[in-house]
Design a protein around this ligand. Structure first.
Ligand code: CA
Length: 230
């Protein structure tokens, strides 16, 4: 599945944030920007980005705490992080790298320097390009992302593109609860009409097609859905 690479930028200084966002967008990345650590964590959770660019000195939750939280959540811990710091915060950079940040840039930096780091980190981490992510096998269900094919006990299950994405999102993290919002953003991508009830319609169709194994998709009342692997 070719998807635009999504980057979340967390930076409270508007001028710097605008420069980062502008340059990333010009390179074709899909960018979501936040001014605070709180909003940034929310964006990371909702959008499931491929990379995070994180300023250290933020009002409220600072960058190091954001880094720590991203690394302790099983859903976000593999997302690469580039830390942005001022020269006088170099000891924070060391802490940040210790907390699992992948790289850093020091202010002032040129857009060219930042973009080079972004490319390098994305290439090095190979996020979303790891081969083991291209196939999901759970009991009798096999999802092959490269072939865009789902098989149940060896038999092809004909799914729409949307159903495929929703099933892949759920099954690639069995046991994990997804809200309807998260499924919308992560499976269907950006620019979709945000009618969360749509998800229920797709889930209903999916279950029908997956019968008799339709109980693999579990409804969590008031929240959303989860893939059951046990
Ligand atoms: Ca700052």
């Amino acid at each position: 599945m070719m998807k635009a690479t999504k980057i979340v930028v967390i930076e409270d200084e508007k001028d710097i944030r605008d420069v980062i966002v502008y340059n990333l967008q010009r390179e074709g990345y899909t960018v979501f920007a936040a001014e605070t650590g709180e909003d940034g964590l929310q964006l990371i959770n909702d959008r499931g980005p491929d990379l995070i660019i994180l300023d250290i000195m933020l009002p409220g939750i600072d960058g190091l705490s954001v880094c720590q939280q991203v690394r302790t959540d099983s859903l976000t811990k593999a997302i690469p992080i580039i830390v942005v710091s001022a020269k006088e915060e170099e000891s924070d950079v060391i802490i940040g790298l210790g907390l699992g940040a992948d790289d850093y840039v020091t202010k002032p930096f040129s857009p060219r320097e930042l973009l080079a780091r972004v490319r390098t980190v994305l290439r090095r981490t190979g996020y979303r390009e790891r081969p083991e992510e291209n196939r999901v096998k759970i009991k009798d269900l096999l999802i092959d992302v490269v072939k865009h094919e789902v098989r149940l006990s060896g038999k092809i299950v004909p799914l729409t593109a949307t159903e495929f994405k929703i099933l892949y999102q759920l099954a690639s993290q069995p046991g994990r609860a997804f809200s309807r919002e998260q499924l919308l953003h992560r499976a269907l991508g950006e620019g979709v009409v945000r009618v969360t009830r749509n998800i229920d319609v797709h889930i209903r169709a999916l279950r029908k097609k997956l019968a008799p194994a339709d109980d693999m998709i579990d409804t969590i009342r008031g929240i959303g859905y989860r893939f059951v692997s046990e």
